[in-house]
Design a protein around this ligand. Structure first.
Ligand SMILES: NC(=O)c1ccc[n+]([C@@H]2O[C@H](COP(=O)([O-])OP(=O)(O)OC[C@H]3O[C@@H](n4cnc5c(N)ncnc54)[C@H](OP(=O)(O)O)[C@@H]3O)[C@@H](O)[C@H]2O)c1
Length: 249
């Protein structure tokens, strides 16, 4: 009898040394998932995961991987989770590389198309409430907020990068690929804290002027659910859920 129902999962994790990515890594391992993590330095992995039997670490700058090398990293995985983010200092925000998330999402999807998996590869992208959909699909975001975000994208390269990555999934991959399915997890202000109650919405419920808190542990929990719980994936695939901590009673 199989006593470990998630043993067959192999997740490629990008950004596993980050604040949220580290939590994703720990939670995936706790759930019995096998993880292949591409990190720039294994020294920055979260405490206690080094040498874990279900963890394979590849030390590389993801931007330096060729398409063929990325294809080999995607091979055999049933899901990819990206928690990549630009370093949050002036050099990271305004210096090179100006594009990180969008090119990596494109490369992962191209690898899936080349590999032609029997089940579509699940691509889960950690994103931001600065990302919105066109054609009034995010009705809560009015013209003033759209103009503000457009300005933000023009001035702050990571904001454009996050929107480009989501647009690529929405417009280029779409919802009918036999090889790739995706979900874009839009987070508000990231905060510390343990896994707690959280709410998922199809679109924005708060304005940019009154941001919601989203604990990184909850973002990680939801992203782990997406790749391990078929019902959760069935609900959110092809969508851009907004996640926020549940209001305290
Ligand atoms: N901060 C917020 O309040 C907030 C809110 C909403 C959404 N978001 C979005 O959520 C995402 C993750 O946020 P976070 O704060 O958890 O990120 P973070 O702590 O800054 O982590 C970013 C991760 O990306 C990795 N990375 C960057 N460039 C890389 C490269 N070339 N090759 C390999 N790995 C690379 C970093 O590796 P190193 O350890 O080597 O640097 C790190 O593991 C970002 O896209 C961000 O825009 C953030």
């Amino acid at each position: 009898m199989n006593t470990n129902p998630v043993q067959e999962h192999l997740v490629l994790l990008l950004g596993g040394t980050g604040r949220t990515g580290g939590r994703v890594l720990k939670q995936l391992l706790d759930r019995g998932v096998h993880v292949r993590a591409i990190v720039r330095s294994a020294n920055r992995l979260p405490e206690g995961v080094a040498g874990h039997p279900r963890l394979t670490v590849i030390e590389a700058d993801v931007l330096a991987l060729s398409s063929e090398e990325m294809l080999e990293q995607v091979r055999g995985c049933d899901a990819v989770i990206s928690c990549l983010g630009h370093t949050t200092d002036l050099k990271g925000i305004f210096g090179a590389p100006r594009e990180l998330v969008a090119p990596m999402v494109e490369r992962v999807c191209a690898a899936a198309v080349a590999l032609e998996p029997t089940e579509p590869l699940k691509v889960v992208l950690m994103s931001s409430v600065s990302v919105h959909r066109s054609h009034a699909l995010d009705p809560r975001r009015g013209s003033a907020e759209r103009a503000f975000v457009a300005l933000l994208r023009a001035l702050v390269p990571p904001a454009k990068d996050n929107q480009d990555a989501a647009d690529y999934l929405l417009e280029k991959v779409g919802s009918s690929s036999p090889f790739v399915q995706w979900a874009v997890v839009r987070c508000d202000t990231l905060v510390e804290g343990d896994v707690s109650k959280y709410a998922l919405h199809e679109s924005f419920v708060s304005s940019l002027a009154k941001p919601d808190d989203t604990s990184m542990a909850n973002v990680a929990h939801f992203m782990c659910d997406l790749v391990t719980e078929p019902q959760v994936w069935g609900t959110w695939k092809g969508l851009l859920p907004v996640i926020a901590n549940a209001a305290k009673a």
